[in-house]
Write a protein that binds this ligand. Structure first.
Ligand code: AMP
Ligand code: MG
Length: 419
């Protein structure tokens, strides 16, 4: 049994940041930018109105008040997307919509509410004139050209992770594609004679293959592309046949076949067609875990993570080892799962001094987090993963975590902000 940190270090030493690719911006979410993005344009490109109102010369509004409106001639109208061809002279106004470019001559915008337009329309008076009710200083309600971004500005720096706001920013520059580190392809294989595909009838003695789907979903969630290889039966030949189909992936993940059982063939295949780096990790659930490399074509060493078969062990081990490996390949710098300090509401015994990951529900009360075990912690009880939003850690050197103790909890997700 090796410590989690050593296992992770070993795994990460076998994976590298992948190559860049040019991606449509919407498909680049979660990927890491590998270019500095400069703007070829100013945003906004022209001075424009921040309000619906009237573009005027500030001087034309001198002395205006509600009891003594200044009457201006309305010489045109301009909506967002068009350019006015009139020049605003003293005493003139152009009706202007939000986002419309400021016409020549105007130096301020009087918002509708500061004119008598509504009263005028209501009483049927013509709108070829408008009464301004307030003196309006220059530059009011005007968004200046380049106020957000100036042509030539460095807008996004290399290494930024693309989120919705970055996608929007790229779009605001007119960029349809962007250069990012490509997503890792992760081949996923389930092993076991007892497994049946979803959608099929369930014969006696068999169970549905759920691990493929939880693992593939985890690959998706952390930005990889799962390639599902299906189910291999518990013979070295069957396993190697299936694995061979996944050797061009960036990483291969198998589930089951790594414990002490007679039919646990993953280790045999690793030994025969590659190199085992380690096997068994000081954690619970998830002690049986094989890692090594398989011999791909052209001498390529394909990292292979052999996760335990129990559905919870598989998911928890994925979080600890596959997630950081995927993130590293994606070029991400922060590989650790986010944690909070929480007050334990459960007593967890640590009998054989492994690091225990207890499925908990974390809630916030005032400024403190509380973590409560979600119930039975058997490594086959997948429903408990469904009830959990975190994994509470009992360290290897602690005999227990007591009620009231402060514990570190890895957040699987934030209940308020799923996915
Ligand atoms: P093993 O590591 O092969 O000893 O499997 C441990 C436990 O996990 C056994 O109860 C298996 O039936 C179960 N198991 C293995 N693979 C899967 C899978 N793909 N989906 C659901 N359960 C599985
Ligand atoms: Mg098995």
């Amino acid at each position: 049994m090796i410590p989690i940190e050593d296992a992770l270090k070993k795994i990460l030493s076998y994976v590298d940041v992948l190559q860049p690719e040019e991606k449509p911006i919407l498909d680049s979410m979660g990927q890491v930018l590998c270019e500095d993005v400069y703007s070829a344009i100013s945003v906004p490109p022209l001075d424009n109105s921040a309000m619906d109102g009237y573009a005027v010369r500030s001087a034309s509004t001198a002395g205006a008040s509600a009891s003594n409106p200044v009457i201006l001639r309305v010489i045109g109208e301009v909506a967002a997307g068009s350019i006015s061809d009139v020049t605003v002279e003293p005493g003139a106004a152009v009706r202007i919509m939000t986002g419309a470019p400021i016409p020549e001559g105007a130096d301020t915008v009087v918002q509708f509410e500061h004119t008598d337009e509504e009263a005028r329309s209501a009483s049927g008076r013509p709108l070829d004139e408008i009464g301004v009710l307030y003196e309006t200083p220059v530059n009011l309600n005007i968004r200046r050209a380049g106020e957000d971004i100036k042509k030539g500005d460095l807008v996004l720096k290399k290494d930024v992770v693309i989120r919705p706001q970055e996608v929007g920013l790229l779009a605001s520059l007119g960029r349809a594609t962007v250069r990012v580190i490509r997503r890792p392809v992760v081949a996923v294989l389930a092993t076991g004679d007892e497994l049946v595909d979803v959608g099929e009838p369930l014969p006696p003695g068999k169970i549905y293959n759920s691990n493929t789907f939880s693992m593939a979903s985890q690959v998706y969630r952390y930005g990889g592309i799962p390639r599902i290889l299906g189910i291999a039966t518990d013979t070295t030949d069957a396993l190697w046949n299936k694995i061979s189909e996944g050797l061009d992936a960036d990483m291969l993940i198998t589930s089951a076949g790594v414990s002490m059982g007679d039919y646990d063939v993953v280790k045999d295949v690793l030994a025969r067609h590659g190199q085992i780096a380690f096997w068994t990790v000081r954690m619970k659930p998830g002690k049986p875990l094989a890692f090594g490399t398989l011999n791909g074509s052209n001498g390529r060493k394909v990292p292979h993570l052999g996760l335990p078969g129990n559905p919870v062990s598989s998911m928890v081990s994925f979080e600890q080892f596959a997630r950081p490996a995927i993130l590293k390949m994606l070029g991400r710098k922060l590989l650790a799962k986010p944690t909070v300090s929480a007050i334990s509401e459960s007593r967890i015994m640590n009998k054989d001094r492994r690091r225990i990951f207890t499925r908990v529900f974390v809630r916030k009360d005032g400024d403190k987090y509380y973590a409560n075990s979600v119930g039975p912690q058997g490594s086959g009880i997948l429903t408990s993963m469904g009830q959990a939003n975190g994994l509470m850690i009992t360290p290897e050197d602690a005999a227990y975590t007591d009620i009231g103790d402060t514990a570190t909890v890895q957040m699987l997700d934030w209940t308020e902000d799923q996915l």
